[in-house]
Design a protein around this ligand. Structure first.
Ligand code: LLP
Length: 386
């Protein structure tokens, strides 16, 4: 279990008296440590934070101040990055779908664009003439992670297969795009360095046909337990081969362990299983329902003894269980639990399904809490409807 910083834990308990639950809270000191760890591991790489992991403006501004760029995957995310102060050349725009509407909206200030297919290339060349681009390579590798997160498999919808790369690079140049280099993202939550090394080998194999480039973007996907040291040498050798600068796109690695979801116990009941009923469930933290993800649970109360519980949320779905078989001291009504490792893809994936307001988000600076985003007001849920 990833222990929380003691100061943060204490602050969380105090926050219970000050803020409405459920809420997400993030320990900025922990995020900063993650950035330093990555910079130490890959001192020559330029980091573009994958803002899908946690896109709050207050977090983005701080990450930019540490010298990071931003990786975005939609028009909304690109504009959010600009709003947080990132300059167009500090933003990378990824994704298989870039609509005409989105491309036109960015004509005045185009970010760096990652081309994902031939059609994408042609649309970008037409609507963002002269844009700086990378070409995403689908390495066709069976990376070891949840199938939903394995974007580098040949059957996934991302990037172009290695054999297509030389022709599409030539086409991009012919259409007037400014080709900076290649992009590779293998998947998310990767714990085995060999997956990365194999990915780098695919790019190495392309060098004779591609030749030197300015940039190799090697994506994100770093699992929380991944041994970064095992990647450095191969990464640097690849960069030397191409004469390129390395870009990386970390998301989870920087924010997951910094964040918790705090939710109170509303009650309990027994069916064939022993349930605690919580005020928050899958609409607030979707990962357990969507990927079977496990988030360790830390009680924020004192109690005697232990019982084993399943932790259910308020949704009318049997899958709305945040964790099963958790041993906890029996709580009182209103006692609070913290779900750990929830700083990445927690709040950013929260849904308004079942008219659930998106929760409050707090940032602990080391001194106190800052509100990153207030709880969504109920009226916002029906705003815009006739
Ligand atoms: N770059 C690209 C092109 C990506 O698609 C992603 C993640 C990243 C970077 C950042 O990956 P990270 O370093 O965070 O692993 N919702 C899922 C994760 C989806 C990741 C999608 N792409 C989850 O909750 O686990």
């Amino acid at each position: 279990m990833s222990a929380l910083n003691p100061g943060f834990l204490q602050a969380l308990k105090e926050a219970l008296a000050l803020y409405p639950t459920p809420f997400y809270a993030y320990d900025w000191t922990r995020v900063r440590e993650g950035v330093e760890r990555l910079k130490r591991a890959f001192p020559k790489a330029r980091l573009f934070y994958a803002l899908k992991a946690n896109p709050r403006l207050g977090l983005l501004r701080r990450l930019r101040a540490l010298g990071l760029g931003a990786e975005a995957v939609s028009l909304g995310e690109v504009l959010r990055a600009y709003r947080a102060g990132f300059l167009p050349e500090e933003v990378l725009w990824n994704g298989p779908v870039k609509t005409e509407e989105a491309l036109k909206a960015l004509q005045a200030s185009p970010p760096l664009v990652v081309l994902d297919s031939e059609g994408d290339l042609l649309r970008v060349a037409r609507l963002l003439p002269g844009a700086k681009v990378l070409l995403r390579v689908n390495p066709d590798l069976p990376v070891a992670t949840h199938p939903h997160l394995a974007t580098g498999r040949g059957e996934s919808q991302f990037g172009v297969l290695p054999e297509e790369v030389p022709r599409l690079l030539a086409l991009a140049r012919e259409r007037g795009l400014r080709v900076l280099g290649l992009h590779l993202h293998l998947g998310s939550k990767l714990e085995d360095p060999r997956d990365f090394l194999e990915g780098y080998r695919v790019l190495e194999g392309l060098f004779p046909e591609v030749g030197p480039v300015e940039v190799l973007d090697l994506g994100g996907g770093f699992g929380l337990g991944l041994d970064l040291k095992a990647l450095r040498e191969a990464m640097e050798a690849l960069a030397r081969l191409y004469g390129a600068e390395v870009f990386l796109e970390p998301g989870r690695y920087l924010v997951a362990q910094a964040g918790v979801l705090v939710a109170r116990v509303v009650g309990w009941k027994r069916t064939r299983r022993n349930y605690l009923l919580l005020e928050a469930g899958m609409t607030t933290l979707l990962r357990p329902a969507l990927y079977g993800a496990f988030h360790p649970v830390l009680p924020l109360y004192e109690g005697e003894g232990e019982e084993v519980y399943d932790l259910a949320g308020p949704a009318c779905e049997a899958g709305d269980v945040l964790a099963r078989g958790v041993a906890l001291p029996p709580p009182k009504e209103g006692d609070a639990l913290a779900f750990l490792e929830a700083g990445a893809y927690g709040a950013s994936m929260a849904l308004s399904y079942l008219d659930t307001p998106r929760p409050l988000e707090l940032l602990w600076t080391g001194e106190g809490f800052e509100v990153l985003r207030r709880r969504e007001p109920l009226e916002a849920l029906w705003e815009g409807e006739a």
